[in-house]
Design a protein around this ligand. Structure first.
Ligand code: SD4
Length: 290
C-alpha cells in the first residue's frame, strides 16, 4: 500500500513541513502543499539562504531563484529575481498564467508586480551587517554545510497519490552578480514525474547542473532503483567528474510513487524532514560519500 499523503523536505525545516502537512491532511493537493510549505522559509528572516533575509551577491543584490512542478509535468520558474519575498508563488504564476516556464531578473520582477506581488527590501539587519563584513575581504568560499546551507526543496504526495515539488533559494552567498544555481532549473534542482516519483537537491548548484541531478535520480528510479539507491548513484556521478575533489556538499532527496524516500550526500550533516501517518521525523542521512 502506497504511503500517502507524505511530505519530505531538505534540511530540518520544522515549520515548513508542518505547514505542508496541514495542507495535505486537510485534503489539499500536493501542489498547494509544497508551495505553502516552502513559503514559510521564504518569509522566515532567520533563514539566510531563502527569500526575505537571503544573503546577497557580491555587488549587494539579493537575488532569488525558485521553481515549482506539478503532477502533469507543468512547471514554472523564476531566476535572479529581486525585491519579492515569495519567488515560489511567482514561479507558480509563470506556470499557470503564461505560456512560458522561466522568467528572469527584471522581467520576472515586473511580471510579479503585474500579478499583485508587493515590492519589499529583502535585506535584513543581519544580512546587511554580514555583507559589510564580507566586503572587507571579499573572499568567496563555500564552507561545507554552513555558509550556503538551507535551501529548501520539498516533495509531496497527496491523498490522490499525485506528486508535486518546489525548490527555493537565494543561492550561494556572495556569488557573481547574475549567477543562477540549480534550484530553479527543472531537472537539476527539482524534477517530478508522476508515474515514478520526484527528486530535489541542495548544495553547490553548479555540480548539480552538470549532472542534471534531479532528472537523473527520477530516471534511475524509473529503471527500478529505490530512492536511496538513485540518490547514491546521483552523488557518485558528480564525484566521478571531480577526480578526488571533495570540498563541497551536495544533498539529494528523493521519493517514489509508493512513498518510499531516500537521501544521500557527499559529507555528513545533511538531514531531511519526513511527515506521513507513519510518523513525523527528522532524518539524519547517515550514509554519505566522504
Ligand atoms: C545553489 N543549490 O544556488 C543552491 C544552494 C543551496 O543550501 O542548496 N543551498 O547552488
Amino acid at each position: 500500500n502506497p504511503v500517502k499523503p507524505i511530505v519530505v523536505c531538505t534540511w530540518n525545516f520544522f515549520n515548513a513541513t508542518e505547514k505542508a502537512w496541514e495542507v495535505l491532511k486537510s485534503g489539499g493537493n500536493a501542489l498547494d502543499a509544497v508551495e505553502q510549505g516552502v513559503m514559510v522559509e521564504e518569509a522566515d528572516e532567520t533563514n539566510e539562504t531563502v527569500g526575505k533575509g537571503g544573503r546577497p551577491d557580491r555587488d549587494g543584490n539579493v537575488t532569488l531563484d525558485a521553481c515549482i512542478m506539478d503532477k502533469d509535468g507543468n512547471c514554472g520558474s523564476v531566476v535572479c529575481m529581486q525585491n519579492i519575498v515569495h519567488p515560489v508563488s511567482v514561479a507558480r504564476k509563470v506556470m499557470e498564467e503564461t505560456p512560458h516556464i522561466i522568467l528572469a531578473g527584471k522581467g520576472a520582477e515586473k511580471f510579479a508586480y503585474e500579478q499583485g506581488f508587493k515590492k519589499e527590501d529583502l535585506f535584513t539587519k543581519s544580512t546587511r551587517e554580514q555583507y559589510e563584513e564580507w566586503l572587507k575581504t571579499s573572499k568567496y568560499e563555500t564552507t561545507i554545510n554552513i555558509e550556503n546551507h538551507d535551501t529548501i526543496g520539498m516533495l509531496a504526495i497527496d491523498e490522490n497519490g499525485d506528486i508535486s515539488g518546489a525548490c527555493t533559494t537565494s543561492g550561494m552567498a556572495y556569488k557573481v552578480a547574475g549567477r543562477v544555481g540549480d534550484s530553479p532549473i527543472i531537472g537539476a534542482g527539482l524534477f517530478i514525474d508522476n508515474e515514478v516519483g520526484g527528486a530535489t537537491a541542495t548544495g553547490v548548484g553548479e555540480e548539480v547542473i552538470r549532472t542534471v541531478g534531479s532528472f537523473l535520480i527520477v530516471e534511475l528510479m524509473r529503471q527500478g532503483k529505490s530512492p536511496q539507491e538513485a540518490c547514491e548513484e546521483g552523488v557518485k556521478r558528480i564525484m566521478k567528474k571531480n577526480e578526488g575533489r571533495k570540498d563541497f556538499q551536495i544533498g539529494f532527496l528523493a521519493i517514489n510513487k509508493n512513498g518510499e524516500t531516500g537521501g544521500y550526500c557527499v559529507h555528513p550533516g545533511f538531514t531531511y524532514r519526513e511527515y506521513s501517518d507513519n510518523g513525523h521525523e527528522n532524518r539524519e542521512v547517515t550514509s554519505f560519500y566522504e
